[in-house]
Write a protein that binds this ligand. Structure first.
Ligand code: AMP
Length: 287
């Protein structure tokens, strides 16, 4: 059976009931405008639990001033149809005032991980994410929560937060899903015009080039990054926010690639900010 719940207390009561019956609950937190990337997370959750809850909430506290909170794409009816099709049990769709009632004043902030990559250009982002995810965990009471590797730094932040706060939730990471042409799926791809699409694809092309260079024995991050800058910079509408090769756990910069490292990038294509990433493996065996 599929149902939607808007109220936090109703969600908690329902979660308590499920837990009393011995059901395992999986949560997939989303901001809606669902695409195949989200659906892949739901399928993972479906496999790992008895009850699958998908939350749909465009979280205002993770958007900075001048970012796209107001214009973020929304289509709840289609999202609910997709949830039904994926055999989701509950779509949890709280309102803004349900999540942040009047006089709300508490947040969850990490000290180190946000001082890298997306955290530098989006200073409130990870506090907003950590806070809303903590609240969702307390409302949905999941045994398991599934997050996409598309938002690699976010996944690290959530894992760290769960350890640091002793939250009793198992965090499962799920691979990045791409369009047929390689563009990382994102609700924000909806903003792209047909003319901007080749510029957007250059993020993926820069990752492919990096993999190729690493496979051919190049180990200097600087060389790989300058090739990536060339590929992305070839499109006049692109403005690089960051382009990094870094440690897969700490996100500290890595100069020489001697172990698997994270290549992560954020680029503004016109006014659309896109992110992408891939782990580069120096000793990858083909086939
Ligand atoms: P969002 O709705 O963008 O906040 O994303 C909700 C969840 O879906 C997050 O855990 C994201 O990492 C994940 N996600 C978004 N896009 C993708 C993708 N292309 N592949 C895999 N997971 C994704």
């Amino acid at each position: 059976m599929f149902q939607t719940i808007q109220s936090a207390t109703e969600m908690q009561r329902h979660a308590d009931d499920l837990r009393r019956k011995g059901k395992r609950i999986a949560l997939v937190p989303t901001m809606g405008f669902l695409h195949e990337g989200h659906l892949s997370l739901m399928r993972v959750g479906r496999q790992l639990a008895d009850e699958l809850v998908v939350s749909i909430f465009v979280n205002p506290t993770q958007f900075g001033p001048g970012e796209d909170f107001e214009t973020y794409p929304r289509d709840l009816d289609t999202d609910l149809d997709l949830c039904r099709r994926e055999k989701v049990n509950i779509a949890f769709t709280p309102s803004r005032s349900e999540m942040y009632p009047e006089n709300y004043q508490t947040s969850v902030r990490l000290d180190e991980l946000p001082n890298h990559l997306c955290g530098l250009s989006r200073p409130v982002f990870f506090t907003g994410v950590a806070t809303v995810v903590t609240k969702l965990f307390n409302m949905v009471k999941p045994h398991i929560a599934v997050f996409g590797e598309k938002d690699y730094q976010q996944l690290l932040v959530i894992r760290r937060m769960v350890k640091d706060l002793n939250l009793d939730v198992e965090i499962v990471g799920s691979p990045l899903v791409r369009e047929a042409d390689g563009l990382a799926m994102s609700s924000r791809n909806n903003y792209l015009t047909a003319q901007q699409r080749p510029a957007a694809l250059s993020l993926y092309h820069s990752i492919c080039k990096a993999r190729q260079l690493v496979d051919s024995g190049i180990r200097e991050s600087g060389r790989i990054l300058s090739e990536a800058v060339k590929i992305i910079g070839a499109h006049a509408e692109n403005d690089i926010d960051y382009l990094a090769i870094c440690d897969t756990e700490t996100l500290d910069h890595v100069d020489v690639i001697e172990r698997p490292v994270l290549m992560a990038l954020a680029v503004r294509v016109g006014s659309v900010r896109l992110i992408d990433n891939s782990v580069l493996e120096p000793n990858r065996q083909d086939g």
